[in-house]
Ligand binder design. Structure first.
Ligand SMILES: Cc1cc2nc3c(=O)[nH]c(=O)nc-3n(C[C@H](O)[C@H](O)[C@H](O)COP(=O)(O)OP(=O)(O)OC[C@H]3O[C@@H](n4cnc5c(N)ncnc54)[C@H](O)[C@@H]3O)c2cc1C
Length: 309
């Protein structure tokens, strides 16, 4: 459903941040795929956010929060609604002055990049976030997806989150978040709310040692994952006890291509955009992979990538 001209006029008055109309989502997703969103708003702060959420609720408009779009496949037809991006007021990082009594608590806005926060922690001699250095999402997206690598995930460091909807601001502590593999169950049930900030706790270590670990992990990523071709990271969740990549490889699908979407030769759980791939190409490949893996191993693969539009 497109925004009417009167809705556009009201939205223009509501948003204090920036509004863009008919924005191609290919420019906002790491896949470089996706048709236009009716509107994309980059919001200044929590107040700005709540005003937009109220407006969407009143007008019964669809909206979607986008971090870096690094786990999103956006439809070729685009998104009939408002895409919300967290702007400057959601990009703070600092020690938590209320809680930092030797326990190394940090506060971060949800719009901060995971890699940036990882590097800030390294400079500050805080260890525990090295795993996130190569994940190209935001802190907010990381919490929603319980992003992880090398045996660690957001669940290991998050102490609380700030969650905002049209009329409330809640602080939810880790014990109520119910994290599991690539999911935060509480947030999966709160699609009308936005993570705006987090508190985390870390251990201390020498900055050089932390930076060395980050360098090593980045090298390992480079060896194992496709670089230079747009993608969304792992397309499927790993089933218990075996990796999705291994199952796809064993089904003989490395290099399989539909249109400009191809199963990476380097890592079979990555589908790369070789140039002008459409969401239809990627979806057709996802369907074929699911079918072939079911035939060869009897395992049902479940997508980790999220679909928009
Ligand atoms: C090259 C590459 C490597 C990757 N490696 C890894 C990896 O090692 N481990 C891993 O776990 N993932 C990996 N990913 C996937 C992706 O980076 C993560 O899932 C990341 O957490 C997504 O963050 P994002 O900010 O881009 O969220 P998006 O992709 O923009 O959004 C993902 C979901 O979170 C929601 N969301 C985002 N921000 C908020 C918020 N503030 N409040 C409420 N909802 C929100 C969105 O609406 C959407 O439903 C990789 C991706 C790429 C492209």
């Amino acid at each position: 459903m497109s925004l009417s001209s009167s809705q556009k006029a009201v939205l223009t008055g509501v948003v204090r941040g920036k509004i863009q109309w008919d924005v191609p989502l290919s420019a906002w997703t790491t896949y470089r795929i996706g048709g236009p969103a009716d509107a994309l708003v980059t919001l200044l702060d929590v107040e700005d956010l709540q005003e937009v959420l109220k407006f969407c609720r009143l007008e019964e408009l669809r909206w979607k929060l986008l971090g870096r779009g690094s786990n999103i496949l956006a439809a070729d037809e685009g998104f009939g609604g408002i895409v919300i991006v967290l702007g400057e007021g959601f990009k703070y990082i600092g020690r938590d002055p209320e809680r930092d009594q030797g326990s190394n608590w940090v506060k971060s806005g949800a719009g901060v990049g995971l890699a940036k926060l990882s590097s800030w922690c390294a400079d500050s001699g805080l260890s525990g976030f090295e795993f996130a250095s190569g994940i190209p999402g935001t802190v907010g997206g990381g919490v929603v997806m319980n992003a992880g690598a090398w045996g660690r995930s957001m669940a290991d460091v998050i102490r609380s989150i700030e969650l905002v909807d049209h009329d409330k601001i809640e602080i939810i502590s880790e014990k109520h978040l119910n994290f599991s593999y690539r999911t935060c169950r509480v947030l999966a049930g709160r699609k009308n709310a936005v993570v705006t900030g987090v508190t985390m706790s870390f251990k201390t270590a020498a900055p050089e040692q932390i930076k060395e670990t980050i360098r090593t992990l980045k090298e390992k990523r480079k060896e194992r994952q496709p670089y230079g071709q747009p993608n969304c990271g792992s397309v499927f969740r790993n089933p218990e006890e075996i990796s999705a990549g291994q199952l796809i490889d064993e089904a003989g699908l490395k290099g399989r291509r539909i249109g400009d979407a191809a199963v990476s030769e380097k890592h079979a759980n990555f589908i790369v955009n070789c140039g002008q791939a459409s969401a239809h190409d990627v979806l057709a490949l996802i369907d074929e992979i699911k079918e072939r893996v079911m035939q060869t191993s009897g395992v049902e693969l479940i997508p980790e990538v999220q679909f928009l539009g």
